[in-house]
Design a protein around this ligand. Structure first.
Ligand code: NOJ
Length: 556
């Protein structure tokens, strides 16, 4: 693998309002990144100490999953106070120090905002419980009387994303809505207090120098609360699958047209800063509807989960890439790409699962049915990453994918923390397998995560993937990411690609600016490379210079 001289970095100066359109953003899951105080839980100082890793990797920004005070009923997405730091993770001063160090290193900082629900320990919900039925305090959430002779049945058939009814009854007999865990009551976005408070939160973090926001469950905030509430009609429908079964905009709580007014309002707040703060929507809705969240007068970007869910298949990938670019262009947004995050099986394992594999069953089998060939998984993951990094738009990386880390699929039930495990009655293990604190060193306490253990057990094989074991090692996954990200910096002009006409079956080939080209071989046999200088490859070429199966090359 050969690398060209380091090109000039993209303009990340405060003057460039569009820095995010082609940025590479690195997701940090704060509790699993670095543990400075040795209590087994990652913290802000632990992140600050390791920011050099991100700068050396060559990413443009880091996005932190929630670090706010939380009971950890849902890994921090149950927020008790939106404008503070969980004492176990540090203080606001620690946050400021972390942001200052990131900025000194040329890294932008994006934080998570969780507007669909609070923690049940949030002061508003505690007030609502104490105030009783019909009180103004209850009106900030979605409280309703139950059905049945004594109100003993939930108000509707709506299901929680994590399983079971989306309603919980409180001692005075009323029910409240929770699309996620019962510890995450949904807010009522028709309420002025709710709208005003989130504007305050956006300003609070923007004033502290935060460069952008990732918006949790952006598509769920507005519900159709007209009385009586509507049933979905099919009790078997999960909250997620019901979306695609209904005409666009007609679902009682997902992807309603009224939600966009909230983001137009937020854009006005974000644009009052210089440069304007960026935002990216987490919205699990189909491409054509998803980009509406990314319109220039709304959030600007939305995660592309269709890409993440696309199997390792050339035709399917070509189609989703083309559709994603078209949809983003039509909306005036920049495209986004993501392969891994804290909610899905790491792509070094996921992309190897045969189409149709039930991922829940795979995790329940401890990753044994079917077994995943580790070396093949790594080869494919590297090819997928190099393909993703060649696409126009913004790429989101998840911590330690740069180490090629596979999923920890065999966590024993007794250590699982994800509420999904209990809420599904032990049918789904949940997302802990991608949240295990990452290995920095090949040996030693918690593989360099901290001085003590880690809140989820790390497997014995973790040391092989440690950053230390890969640093400076030619051909390592860490060095591949570094090389690719250095090269990518010269490609940040233009947001288009041109597909090559003459590709063999199961090969993806496209050109970016200046004739720069990416070729991925998804077939089972080596294929010849087009003419050009090989800049980087995800794996070795064959002896006769051809591109092997599950390999990507960039050519100049
Ligand atoms: C999406 C987050 O990514 C996920 O981790 C969380 O469980 C839900 N939203 C609820 O906040």
């Amino acid at each position: 693998m050969t690398a060209r001289p380091v090109p000039a970095p993209p303009d990340l100066s405060p003057k460039n309002p569009d820095w995010w359109r082609q940025a590479v953003v690195y997701q940090v899951y704060p509790r699993s990144f670095g543990d400075a105080d040795g209590d087994g839980l990652g913290d802000l100082k632990g992140i600050t100490e390791r920011l050099g890793h991100l700068a050396a990797l060559g990413v443009d920004a880091l996005w932190l999953s929630p670090f706010y005070p939380s009971e950890l009923a849902d890994g921090g997405y149950d927020v008790i106070d939106y404008r503070d730091v969980d004492p176990r993770l540090g203080t606001l001063d620690d946050f400021d120090a972390m942001a200052a160090e990131a900025h000194r290193l040329g890294l932008k900082v994006i934080v998570d905002v969780v507007p669909n629900h609070t923690s049940h320990l949030h002061v508003w919900f505690q007030e609502a419980l104490a105030a009783g039925p019909g009180s103004p305090a209850r009106d900030r959430y979605v409280f309703r009387d139950g059905r049945g002779a004594h109100g003993e049945l939930p108000p509707t058939d709506w299901r929680s994303v994590f399983g079971g009814s989306a309603w919980r009854r409180v001692p005075d007999g009323q029910w409240y809505l929770h699309l996620f865990t019962p510890e995450q009551p949904d807010l009522n976005w028709d309420h002025d207090d709710v709208r005003a408070d989130f504007r305050t939160t956006l300003r609070f973090w923007s004033d502290r120098g935060v460069d952008g926001f990732r918006v949790d469950v952006a598509h769920a905030l507005v519900k159709d609360l007209a009385d009586p509430l509507r049933d979905l009609g099919d009790p078997e429908l999960s909250a997620e699958t019901s979306l695609t079964d209904l005409p666009p905009g007609s679902h009682p709580f997902y992807d309603r047209d009224e939600v966009h007014e909230i983001y137009r309002d937020w854009r006005r707040v974000l644009d009052s800063y210089s440069p304007p703060r960026m935002a990216v929507a987490e919205a699990w809705v189909p491409n054509a509807r998803r980009v509406r969240y990314a319109r220039p007068d709304e959030l600007g970007q939305a995660f592309n989960f269709e890409y993440l869910q696309t199997p390792w298949d050339a035709d399917a990938l070509r189609q989703v890439i083309a559709e994603s670019l078209d949809a983003a262009r039509a909306a005036g947004a920049s495209a986004t790409w993501v392969l891994s995050n804290h909610d899905v099986i790491r792509h070094a394992s996921r992309l190897m699962l045969p189409p149709g594999t039930g991922t829940d069953d795979w995790l329940l089998s401890g990753g044994t049915r079917p077994p995943v060939d580790e070396a093949a998984g790594l080869r494919r993951a590297r090819a997928a990453t190099l393909l993703m990094l060649a696409l126009p738009g913004s790429a989101y990386l998840y911590q330690s994918e740069e180490l090629g880390l596979p999923e920890v699929a065999d966590l024993p039930p007794e250590v699982l923390q994800d509420p999904v495990w209990e809420q599904t009655g032990h049918v789904q293990k949940g997302r802990d397998g991608c949240r295990v604190p990452l290995p920095w060193t090949s040996a030693g306490p918690s593989y360099g995560f901290g001085a003590a253990g880690s809140w989820l057990p790390q497997p014995g094989w973790f040391g092989r993937y440690a950053a230390q074991a890969q640093d400076g090692v030619a051909g390592s996954t860490l060095e591949l990411y570094r090389t690719a990200l250095r090269l990518r910096r010269k490609l940040t002009e233009g947001e288009t690609l041109t597909w090559a006409a003459d590709t063999p079956p199961a090969v993806l080939s496209f050109a970016r600016t200046d004739g720069w080209r990416c070729v991925t071989n998804l077939s089972a046999a080596p294929v010849p490379l087009p003419p050009g200088e090989v800049l980087v490859t995800s794996g070795p070429l064959t002896d006769d210079g051809r591109l092997g199966p599950d390999t990507t090359a960039w050519l100049g």
